[in-house]
Design a protein around this ligand. Sequence first.
Ligand code: NIG
Ligand code: FE
Length: 413
Amino acid sequence: MKNLIIKNASQVVTCSGFAGKRGREMNDLHVIEGGTVVVTDGRISHVLRAGEPLPVDEAGYTVIDATGKALLPGFVDPHTHFVFGGYREEEFSWRMRGDSYMEIMNRGGGIVNTTKATREASEDELFEVGRRRLDAMLRLGITTVEGKSGYGLDRDTEMKQLRVMRRLNEAHPADIVSTFMGAHATPAEWKGREDAFIDFNIREMFPLVAKEGLAEFADIFCEKDVFTIEQSRRYLQAAREQGFKLKIHADEIVQFGGAELAGELHCASADHLLQASDAGIRAMADAGVVATLLPLTAFSLRETFARGREMIDAGCMVALATDLNPGSSFSASVPLLFALACIYMKLSPEEAVTAFTINSAAAIDRADRIGSIDVGKQGDLVLLQFPSYKFLPYHVGMNIVDTVIKQGEVVVK
Ligand code: NIG
Ligand code: FE
């Protein structure tokens, strides 16, 4: 039954809006104390203040008493690489010994290591590990997940990864938004011919992925020793011409001009941004690019955190994501994400909630459908074990999710 009433929540944290929020607006959560939310046929049909009469007959609905619990929109994770073969626990030990992420990548480990395992894995094996990871994310309150290819780096494996995500979108309660990331790294067979590898993606992969309707976004790892600004511009412009919306991994390890490029191209989002320059931050604010920050990655790599506070103060639309992947952030820990965003990136709890709901929906161009508790939106909701959203960063590292609802159905209890 997709009809549901959640009654008397201590807070209905609506995050109300049909577009992402910038700058100071990120503090406006539009909280209704003692509110009730009605989901009819999978969509939010009523958001009621305390004491307002129920406009529907309870008989046709599942009713949840949310006394003492805060209700939020389902979390939206707008940047992950959750479909991959193998693991890289050895590289973690090397990093703890002092090797850097890029040193490991430059000597043939890193992304291409996972590429080998992903090429070897069968489609069903990838489906199975993907499903388990989505289950874990759903238990943490994530109801929509963006996922990237980019561990194939050849035609068949990129297509295999994207097909797995399409199948998971159909088979799993979570919604999956797919991104083609053919330019994630240069595989051994193209090493030294990066321009030709970009051409291969533009001429062969974009048309194929577009024809099969397997991805909505295209993404590239724009970084020193990976892909240059010129290569990234060429790849992204061609992607747009072939119908993809644009994302970019920008300024993760060194300051490289990726945020500026995102502004120039009006990308939907620029992600990572640990080293984004002042000019890059301004460019993103001016162009309305969502700045998607990945604190679990900065933490796992022991890097400096992105300047979240400054980006918001500069008027950026800031989103948060887990970046779940086997290398730089093997975590989808929503609790740790909230804690790091507040403690180290200096977001207020309100800004962090906005960043992982309506703004992360904007990062995947879904702010009209998900990311807030507004009439007409999908009935994707998270009920917490505590009376306030403020417990999300405060109860450090603890999963405080009570119930998860996807399109009006209880999927985690
Ligand atoms: O977003 N930086 C590039 N891509 C991923 C890491 C991928 C990997 O190491 O496997 C990221 O951090
Ligand atoms: Fe990433």
